[in-house]
Design a protein around this ligand. Structure first.
Ligand SMILES: Cc1cc2nc3c(=O)[nH]c(=O)nc-3n(C[C@H](O)[C@H](O)[C@H](O)COP(=O)(O)OP(=O)(O)OC[C@H]3O[C@@H](n4cnc5c(N)ncnc54)[C@H](O)[C@@H]3O)c2cc1C
Length: 475
């Protein structure tokens, strides 16, 4: 695969970014791919390692990474695309915003910089769109069976496409006005411009998938209707219940869930809401609570809106600072400090901070109160336990607080109640390994059953669920 000596001869060259000063003035994507020739050279760094951990351990959809690295190196882009679409329905999304566990498990990562797998994936799919290789592939035969997919995030979209290509009539229901789930309403445009989603949706619509948007299933469409009209149902509603912070002052104005803040911003940019609806951080001091990716998206958005200052607090300890190109925990996903593009744009980050309360002289939040904590392993349970450090209290003047502490589980909505769905101990939809729920003919995939995760995992589970639904429909 690639060139046996490629990794000796060539250094890793991955994406470059638009300069900070320029990119924070707009919401356009900031990632720049290497030119085609350089990408081919990068493909040659894949070294025929025998056991491709990128494919077998790292990539949740088992992308055929060494194969397409080799094809790209040899300039066989069209073949590379056909390999890529065998395993991934949305490579233009994962090529942009997957955290790329394939790269941390690349064999080169044992002691040097990995192959630029994510960049190669993106280059392949973008070339495929440019060259017109991405065409609708409707089924040759109809099965006469009907499937309802509830939710149009990556799990629902991947499942819908697979089911349609097998010949089933598929309707995707989405409560928002446009399809895409978190891809459209959560993830900011600077990471993923929305015409990228529309381009894929056009292909899916041309394959015969029906999209019913502005329909909240369970409220606008009853379970009785669904069961009568469809032979199988896939629940792919995502993990919509955000984790709250029940401290004194939580009810003050100016404290928002991250997802609400990001959704409004995306909708204003898309012209779905007016500028006056914006939750604007302009000239404000913003505190993001939660040190993960959603928090980082809030940081990037607040800076683009013209925030005066942005802080990001995390309750967990600061991970290991790691400057080396290799993975200290190869082939596993390493627990190291990640500094994303949004952090480079301006943000004061701090760790091991517990939020105690918010206060105000009026109705809008003005101050947050915090203390520092330490995490120690509990000898009896083996689990880490948080201890507050005495005398470590401090406060911060804030105008906006964004709660980005993850999601608890799927919303326990009327739809799930009316269906009689069982939940697991975490509140996610309980499924068997075959993706079926306790209700015959009703399946679940993506964050609604796994809990909040990653796009690439949602795609995988959507694809796998579609296989099980197909088997069920053919019984
Ligand atoms: C802000 C943010 C940024 C993220 N960034 C990344 C990233 O960079 N990389 C990454 O890999 N992952 C990222 N993630 C995680 C990733 O987006 C999710 O894991 C993924 O979108 C889950 O896909 P899903 O299809 O299960 O659900 P979702 O994408 O949540 O889609 C579910 C859809 O179901 C709809 N729905 C719910 N109930 C109903 C109903 N009753 N009727 C009709 N429709 C309904 C919802 O409106 C929604 O559109 C991010 C998450 C967030 C919140």
């Amino acid at each position: 695969m690639g060139k046996p000596t490629g990794f000796f001869e060539y250094a890793r060259k991955s994406f470059t970014y638009r300069p900070v000063k320029e990119r924070i003035k707009d919401f356009r994507e900031f990632v720049i791919c290497q030119p085609v020739e350089e990408t081919q050279t990068q493909g040659s760094r894949c070294m025929d390692c025998g056991i491709p951990f990128c494919h077998s351990t790292g990539c949740p959809v088992f992308n055929l990474i060494p194969e397409w690295n080799d094809l790209v190196y040899h300039g066989k882009w069209e073949e590379a695309y056909y390999r890529l679409e065998l395993t991934n329905n949305l490579p233009e999304i994962t090529g942009r915003i997957c955290p790329a566990p394939c790269e941390t498990s690349c064999t080169l990562s044992i002691n040097t910089a990995p192959v630029t797998i994510k960049q190669i994936e993106l280059a392949i799919i973008e070339k495929a769109f440019e060259e017109g290789w991405v065409v609708p592939r409707p089924p040759k035969q109809e099965t006469g069976k009907r499937v309802a997919v509830i939710g149009s995030g990556p799990a629902g979209l991947a499942a819908a496409q697979e089911l349609r290509r097998t010949g089933h009539a598929v309707t995707v229901f989405e409560q928002s006005s446009k399809a895409g789930g978190i891809l459209r309403y959560g993830i900011p445009d600077f990471k993923l411009e929305k015409h990228i989603i529309d381009r894929r949706l056009s292909q899916m619509a041309a394959e015969g998938i029906q999209f019913e948007t502005n329909v909240s299933v369970g409220d606008d469409v009853s379970v009785k209707y669904l069961k009568q009209k469809y032979d199988a149902i896939l629940l792919a509603q995502g993990a919509g219940e955000p984790r709250d912070l029940p401290v004194p002052g939580r009810g003050l104005e100016g404290i928002y869930y991250a997802m609400d803040y990001l959704t409004v911003n995306n909708m204003v940019l898309a012209g779905e809401l007016q500028d006056t609806d914006l939750i604007s951080a302009k000239d404000k001091t913003v505190l993001v609570i939660g040190g993960g990716d959603t928090g980082a998206d809030c940081v990037g958005t607040a800076n683009r809106q013209g925030a005066k200052k942005v802080f990001q607090y995390e309750i967990l300890p600061k991970p290991l600072e790691w400057k080396e190109p290799f993975n200290p925990e190869w082939p596993a996903w390493p627990n190291i400090l990640r500094t994303g593009s949004s952090h480079e744009e301006g943000c004061t980050r701090d760790w091991s901070i517990n939020t105690k309360q918010f206060s105000s002289q009026g109705i809008r939040v003005q101050k947050g109160y915090f203390n520092r904590v330490e995490w120690k392993k509990d000898a009896s349970t083996g689990r880490f336990k948080m201890n507050e450090i005495e005398g470590s209290d401090f406060s911060l003047d804030v105008d906006i607080v964004l709660l980005a502490m993850g999601f608890l589980h799927v919303k326990h909505s009327r739809l799930l109640q009316d269906l009689g769905i069982e939940f697991d101990e975490r509140g996610n939809i309980k499924t068997s390994t075959g993706y079926d729920t306790n209700v015959p003919g009703v399946f679940a995939a993506g964050d609604s059953s796994t809990g909040a995760s990653l796009i690439v995992r949602a795609i995988w589970h959507g694809r796998q669920a579609s296989k099980n639904i197909d088997t069920f429909l053919k019984q």
